[in-house]
Design a binder for this molecule. Sequence first.
Ligand SMILES: CC(C)(COP(=O)(O)OP(=O)(O)OC[C@H]1O[C@@H](n2cnc3c(N)ncnc32)[C@H](O)[C@@H]1OP(=O)(O)O)[C@@H](O)C(=O)NCCC(=O)NCCS
Length: 452
Amino acid sequence: MSRPPDDVSAAVAAAMPGGCGECFRAGWAEAQAARPSGELAFLEPATLCRYGSQSAVSPDLVEDLLAAAACVRANPGLSALAWYCHHRLFGADAPDAPVSSWPVPAAAMGRHAGLFYAIVLLSGTPQRQAIHRRLGIPDEVVRDSVADLEVCIRTEPVKELGGRFGISGAILGWLLLTWRGRLYRLGRLQFLPGRFHGRLRAFRHRTTGAVVALAEDGGRFRQDGQVDGAGGLSDPAGAWTARLAESAGQVTGCPISPRGWAMAHRVRLSKAAWAPVLAPGDTVLGIHMAAGAPLTPEACRESVSQALEFFPRYFPEVGFRGFDCLSWLLDPQFPRLLEPTSNLVRFQEEVYVFPCPGGDGAMPWQVCPQPDPATGRAPPPTRMQRAFQAHLAAGGRFLDGGCFLLREDAARWGSRVYLSQPAPWRWWAERALRPAAVCGGRMSGSGGAARC
Ligand SMILES: CC(C)(COP(=O)(O)OP(=O)(O)OC[C@H]1O[C@@H](n2cnc3c(N)ncnc32)[C@H](O)[C@@H]1OP(=O)(O)O)[C@@H](O)C(=O)NCCC(=O)NCCS
């Protein structure tokens, strides 16, 4: 083997011609000084096979990883880069590295390029195992959680590779959450403790248990109740600003339907009757839906119920108030676009959906593929794709959506807990944007801000 380049620019030039030396400059010299002599152990076939099988990688994929590792071993620049990434991520006191800006060595590794960061991640297998052992995480949970590596390798398109599947810097960052012992797959869903970022406050009626979300002060919404600018659409003529005000005895604000739109009229909630239950910054378990098997209501209920037991047992310090999720899969238009039997529509019915900024671009490009010239105008294979194509053809846009599910309501998955609340919820769901007032779960007239 020729001598590895000590200089970051030379290494990057060898590993990714035209690549970004700056991305790897921080700590380069220290990392190379700490490099052991000889071959890097994590690139050796026996070690890589072991790390692969300890990370639930299938034998087929281990073969591909071995070929990719051979490619790294043969290129001193790539080896230096692999060591640098390993050292930055798993060294003794590894600082947080800006992995999402790390480019993929497309030119130097050709068809193996999507596996470069998979090898880097696997190099941290001993460190990951130590974390999971220290936390006492059951083997089957570890196995299901680390299996996300193969899911991502097989389903995540990498821009720098022209959309071919593999591990980009951004997905490496995502997978590191599992390798650091923060993200867990429990049944069908994955869970990540974090902060609630929804721009709303939720209240629960002390007697009826009804839940209402009020938009944060200053939020700008279109007439259709979506965030102004979401999906690339602004509403200069009709957009309005949500106001939220709190006094000693009451909170006044603009309610959000659990179907995912905000309403311009204001309601007053008496503090004696309504208790605050969720606000921005509260701890929640973020729900993530990996690609794979259908997201059936039974699978979701089972996963949520596992999370309710798992986190208090293994992370008692995480006093979560509920669950949340932000995704293109929560577009509040789905109930209109997809069949009522769609799992994604049924998922939305079990949670409190709220409007989000963003959209139009968050949806993976494979969902709405361009018509394939080879197959002419053949309709795309799934019902979702056909419905979305028609939506786009009619000038429609897509939105991101958010949702929350409060901890006390989570065991009731399957009962459409927020949609089946006493009126006005059903009324709101069906007749959005008409002024209403919330009085302990009963509608008390319309117009202006009503006292409850
Ligand atoms: C989450 C997921 C498993 C849900 O799939 P599901 O349970 O089949 O969902 P639905 O029942 O609502 O699907 C309704 C229809 O849309 C199709 N569909 C669902 N997700 C699709 C997708 N990502 N691409 C293409 N078609 C899809 C289904 O196949 C079904 O059509 P069919 O009856 O013709 O087979 C699926 O969307 C998926 O794998 N997504 C990728 C992961 C992802 O994007 N996660 C979120 C990251 S923010």
